[in-house]
Write a protein that binds this ligand. Structure first.
Ligand code: AMP
Length: 218
């Protein structure tokens, strides 16, 4: 199945995408991760987008569509693609439909993860990840067992995102409501939308997503 995880920053898209990679052998395509990788490897494109990302604004459609196109054409689909943080505009949504057509694939479901705005601020300002294995943590909800050390791989390379601060979060939320939330109606009209409550525990949300995917696959 090819699916989109749709939701505001902090809704848990990345966390749930990682679980789907493990449980359903799917491939996660996160444009945010691709852009951060481009930044840290110092590519010309990475340098160009750094300031935009730190502000919390959207990178141009052309750049992110190009990144997705490269991966779709290069990669095998295994258990299917999970689009995480893409599309974020109607132009990106149209482009994704065309790209999937071109490689003889289709979109099977769009999972909207609903979380209220106050919870997003709390989630985002407390989160950090392991720079080596990617495991996610939170200051209060899920701290590492040993301070400063990843539970999963033992690395001490724990990182916070440069854009996980209140000011850029406000911009990211505004951009979500202005540019991305119209996709909810767009995919509803295409009969692809499934809404889950993103506020529960990670396991409860994973279960709700799994049920939605089974329903879409039936
Ligand atoms: P994320 O990791 O999905 O929260 O993305 C981090 C940042 O990368 C966003 O705030 C944007 O600046 C940029 N970004 C990621 N995905 C997209 C996209 N599909 N369209 C435009 N900008 C994006």
């Amino acid at each position: 199945m090819n699916i989109i995880l749709l939701g505001p920053p902090g809704a848990g898209k990345g966390t749930q995408a990682r679980r789907l990679v493990d449980t359903r052998n799917m491939i996660q395509l996160s444009t945010g991760d691709m852009l951060r990788e481009a930044r840290s490897s110092g590519t010309a494109m990475g340098k160009r987008v750094a300031e935009v990302m730190d502000r919390g604004d959207l990178v141009t459609d052309e750049i992110v569509i190009g990144l997705i196109e490269e991966r779709l054409i290069a990669g095998s689909a295994k258990g299917g693609f999970i689009f995480d943080g893409f599309p974020r505009t109607l132009a990106q949504a149209d482009a994704l439909g065309e790209l999937l057509d071109r490689i003889g694939q289709k979109l099977d479901a769009v999972i909207e993860m609903k979380v209220d705005d106050d919870a997003l601020v709390e989630r985002i300002t407390g989160r950090y990840t392991c720079g080596d294995c990617g495991e996610g943590y939170h200051d209060t909800a899920k701290p590492t067992k040993v301070p400063g050390k990843c539970d999963a791989c033992g690395s001490e390379n724990l990182k916070r995102r440069a854009d996980d601060n209140e000011e850029s979060l406000r911009t990211r939320l505004l951009n979500y409501y202005r540019d991305t939330s119209p996709l909810i109606g767009y995919y509803y009209c295409k009969g692809l939308l499934h809404t889950v409550d993103g506020l529960g525990t990670m396991d409860a949300v994973a279960e709700a997503i799994s049920a939605a995917l089974d329903k879409a696959d039936a």
